[in-house]
Design a binder for this molecule. Structure first.
Ligand SMILES: [Zn+2]
Length: 172
């Protein structure tokens, strides 16, 4: 309880200084998911390979990646939430021929915030992404998750991908 009150105070302080440069500590700051959905929340910037350590575990090389987490400015069907985006390029190694190749990344997800477990359960069958309000996470984790979703489980270069997909028409 005491920690929650302290976090609320820190959040208000941050919200009053939107011009402040976001630091690595801001990206790593873990807080309730509901805090990312509060009006005015906005963090954006470039992220280093060191910060994205989880994404580089499987030999992926992060060159230039920018990310952002922003509150939803308007509710969607009455639901609050936030938008996570990641863009840039990642160096991967083809699992078929061993060639290194660059894969552009440009991904964006809307994540809705459920007030409690009951609301989250009521959304279970819906197609949108959701999280419970009191689940702790950081802006960095959110962006990193978005990046990990963009990286194929078995990376393959364009050449191998085309060679092994006979049912796909090649237009180039
Ligand atoms: Zn290949």
């Amino acid at each position: 309880m005491g920690i929650d009150v302290l976090e609320a105070k820190i959040s208000i302080k941050d919200a009053q200084k939107p011009e402040k440069m976001k630091t690595e500590a801001d990206w790593r700051y873990r807080q309730n998911a509901s805090q990312f959905a509060r009006l005015g929340y906005d963090i954006a910037g470039s992220l280093s390979a060191e910060m994205l350590a989880r994404a580089t575990e499987d030999d992926a090389v992060v060159h230039a990646v920018t990310g952002s987490v922003r509150c939803l400015e308007a509710k969607i069907s009455g639901r609050i939430g936030f938008v996570v985006s990641v863009a840039g390029s990642v160096g991967l190694t083809c699992q078929s021929c061993g060639a290194e190749f660059e894969m552009p990344v440009n991904s964006r997800s809307v994540i809705h915030v459920a007030q409690d477990a009951a609301q989250l359960a009521s959304w279970e069958d819906e197609a949108f992404e959701c999280v419970e309000a009191n689940e702790k996470t950081s802006a960095l984790e959110l962006v990193e998750d978005e990046l990990l979703l963009s990286i194929p489980y078995v990376p393959r270069c364009q050449k191998c991908d085309a060679a092994d997909a006979p049912r796909t028409h090649e237009f180039s």
